[in-house]
Design a protein around this ligand. Structure first.
Ligand code: GDP
Length: 197
């Protein structure tokens, strides 16, 4: 897919204030600092569309971007930042769960995983929750330029092993680098295919 245009539409704290659900929508989510903003900017070839954050977890907003005037890319607030209090975490959960459970035009959610890390409980739990709720998702291993391909294979295999304890099969899996733009075409073509269905 060629990106012809990428425009910021609206930031929200309330799922009911999101744009009219009249186009297919794809959400991006992950632990704060996983590389979500960098990935969104890399995919859309814009330097500053999503704000790369110095202060993880600061703003808890649902950000809508309109791509090629025919689909929405949604930047969801990151989870699992170390300094979050219990009540902040609870607020995040309610807000995100409401969005994911009720957004009728949401086609799939890309769950970003830091490829340098061993399987993280919080990521596994989030994906399990998506499964229970019937929310389609794909995994995106980020920052793959930061490790050797053997280390990447090892970490991906470790995730697969954990996932297959609860899942019968793996969701779609992507690997990306926002530095080199590796994985860009594959991910965008996947969205393109889903848009056509
Ligand atoms: P977010 O909090 O998930 O939006 O994460 P950011 O996009 O702000 O990225 C967090 C940090 O990781 C920043 O310092 C980025 O420059 C860095 N980063 C993000 N993606 C990549 C990547 O693919 N490769 C490398 N080497 N660094 C990355």
């Amino acid at each position: 897919m060629k990106i012809k245009s990428a425009k910021f539409v609206i930031s929200n704290t309330k799922p009911e204030n999101c744009p009219k659900p009249d186009m297919p929508e794809y959400a991006f989510i992950g632990r704060s600092n996983v590389g979500k903003s960098s990935l969104i900017n890399m995919l859309t070839e814009q330097n500053k569309l999503a704000k790369t954050s110095g202060r993880p977890g600061k703003t808890q907003l649902i950000n809508h971007f309109l791509i090629n005037d025919n689909w929405y890319l949604v930047d969801l607030p990151g989870y699992g930042f170390a300094k979050a209090s219990k009540s902040e975490r609870k607020k995040w959960e309610e807000f995100i769960q409401k969005y994911l459970n009720t957004r009728e035009n949401l086609i799939t959610t890309f769950v970003l995983i830091d490829s340098r890390l061993e399987p993280q409980k919080i990521d596994l739990e989030f994906m399990e929750w998506c499964g229970i709720k019937g929310i389609p998702f794909a995994m995106v291993f980020t920052k793959i330029d930061k490790l050797s391909s053997s280390a990447l294979q090892k970490n991906m295999a470790a995730y697969k092993k954990e996932m297959l304890k609860v899942w019968e099969e793996m969701p779609p899996v992507f690997s990306t680098s926002s530095e080199s733009a590796f994985g860009r075409e594959k991910l965008l073509n996947y969205i393109d295919q889903l848009n056509e269905n």
